[in-house]
Design a protein. Structure first.
Length: 186
């Protein structure tokens, strides 16, 4: 399946080149979200959570939902699957996202707070709050097209949060795209 973000050569004019620090941007985003969620729940800095998880094979497997208790496969098949796809090291894009969010947490929360009508960031569901932080960071500080960032964030909300969350995440991120990106380019 082709990468929806970029071609191997970098895409048409006006598009950023293909990332060289990941083979799977969607997986990198999901892993970053899980690390940010973990840090938020534990009330620790994202960089600390990243370092802890990077050195823990079981935690790395959990990033990709490779849980042996949830598997009905025999142990031998599970171990072979792990060797093929699991416990992969954290790639550069995941690291850039986690470190970027961590370094700009107050700034991101202020931006999200300005655009989340009737919602204080600390009162948001933890998943939604971290999806918004991750997507806001990527939209404002990475070379990914805003439409891709928003689509990916809405999909994460659809997979991991409440029925209302995809619409909420889409609305907040679209407002940020309209106000913050146009203000930054003016």
């Amino acid at each position: 399946m082709a990468d929806p973000e970029h071609t191997d050569e970098g895409g048409p004019a006006g598009r950023p080149p293909r990332r060289s620090d990941t083979h799977d941007p969607r997986r990198a985003r999901m892993r970053a979200l899980k690390i940010l969620f973990d840090a938020d729940v534990r009330r620790e800095a994202p960089s600390k959570a990243l370092a802890r998880i990077s050195h823990d094979r079981m935690a790395l497997m959990a990033l990709d939902d490779l849980d042996e208790e949830a598997s009905e496969e025999p142990a031998e098949r599970l171990e072979a699957a792990r060797r093929r796809s699991g416990a992969a090291p954290i790639d550069g894009f995941t690291t850039a996202l986690v470190d970027g969010v961590g370094a700009r947490l107050r700034e991101l929360d202020a931006i999200i707070g300005r655009h989340a009508r009737n919602w204080a960031v600390p009162r948001m569901p933890v998943v939604d709050r971290n999806i918004l932080r991750l997507a806001t960071y990527e939209m404002l500080h990475e070379d990914t097209r805003p439409a891709i960032v928003i689509d990916e964030a809405v999909e994460m909300a659809r997979l991991l949060s409440t029925d209302e969350s995809p619409r909420f995440v889409n609305g907040v991120l679209d407002a940020i795209r309209q106000k913050e990106l146009t203000a930054g380019s003016a």
